[in-house]
Design a protein. Sequence first.
Length: 353
Amino acid sequence: MDIAYIPSPSTGVLELGPVPLRGYAFCILAGLFTALWIVDRRWVARGGKKGTTWDIAVWAVPFGLAGGRLYHVITDYQLYFGEGRDWVDAFKIWEGGLGIWGAVAMGALGAWIGCRRRGIALPPYADAVAPGLAIAQAIGRWGNWFNQELYGRPTDLPWGLRIDPAYRPDATPELATYHPTFLYESLWCLGVAALVFWADRRFRLGHGRAFALYVAAYTAGRGWIEYMRVDEAHHILGLRLNLWTSILVFTAAVVYMIVSARLRPGRESVVEPEPPSSAKAGSEGRKGGKPDAEGTADTDPATAADGDGAAGSGEAKPSDGAADGKPSGGAADRTAEAPGTTADTAASDAGGE
């Protein structure tokens, strides 16, 4: 008889009138919103604008969810296709089944699209995302607890997870308690987030290295957790597919950190460039034929050399004194000074960017 164990919920769905609140979906959404709140604060702290995170999330989140589900369906296709299976179940994401590798890969693609639309480089944004993503995973893993899935081998430890008979493996239907691998991974992800927070502050990680550290640390833990799981999975050379994926991704993350640190040390000084407002204002002033801030006409040197430049009009017009056979002093002075003032204006515009 088991004296101590972690109980499983009696149901994974809470009925709120006509609306069913599924524990799995609630955990995923709670993790997403928590991560976005953290990312927004980190992005602003790095010099970005408040709200940019949410604009990019419009692209990253749907791509990530679609990628996570697609990876799960592809790697566990036997659950949805074949004799006795209904392929429609592949779309029932609320019943569980999101692959982190597909979620990160497709989510990164969506984030890249969002960053590109805002004129932002992806690596600094990924660095801001890293610890928040780990915390989102820590929260989201509790969805597996509601669904009584993805647990480990049988155990009689006090923190063993009690599984109802309907959800137990066919090989051990008489055993009630199993390793709570969802809890192990949740705690590991919190540790990964703490590591990234600390390393990012201590070493001022930049150019995507904070994200690479998250990937390396997460996959290191996912490797031994994956080894404990007993749910059905594809095997290659005796190892589960996700274990091989962890090894490859871990290696790639470590290599990226080493190469990036050598090629681009330090951290980005600017993560979200300001729009060229000064240059834009100067352009609008020239279109309107108005003098610049110093009161000089923005006349092109070539135009001035041809004698076509006049103050603010684009056409040379004779002054009132032209009838006396004398050149207009104002126009002549401005023509003579045009090359110098244009260079000053250009230098001023460049400095404003």
